[in-house]
Ligand binder design. Structure first.
Ligand SMILES: [Zn+2]
Ligand SMILES: [Zn+2]
Length: 89
């Protein structure tokens, strides 16, 4: 079985994503399986869930951006399309 390479979605090494360090079996993503950790940013991933959020700074940042986008979208939707205009007298 060829060694599986999982790459960090946040870190670049040369012209490709940085391979993550394979760790022995552990509980990650709710299942007991091999998992990988990025030595640069601390991102953790399992082969089946490379892009799921973990507790690293990069994932937290992505979460914050996602929340801000959602909040902004809801704010815009709640605005009336036509603002009331002053009566022309
Ligand atoms: Zn990384
Ligand atoms: Zn992460």
């Amino acid at each position: 079985m060829p060694e599986q390479i999982v790459r960090c979605p946040y870190c670049v090494l040369g012209n490709e994503f940085r391979p993550m360090l394979r760790r022995p079996r552990g509980r990650a993503g709710g299942r007991l399986e091999n998992w990988f950790v990025c030595l640069v940013c601390g991102h953790k991933a399992t082969p089946g869930a490379q892009h799921s959020s973990c507790a690293c700074a990069k994932c937290q940042e992505m979460d914050r951006i996602a929340i801000r986008c959602r909040t902004t979208g809801e704010f815009q939707r709640s605005l009336p399309i036509d603002l009331p205009r002053p009566a022309a007298h």
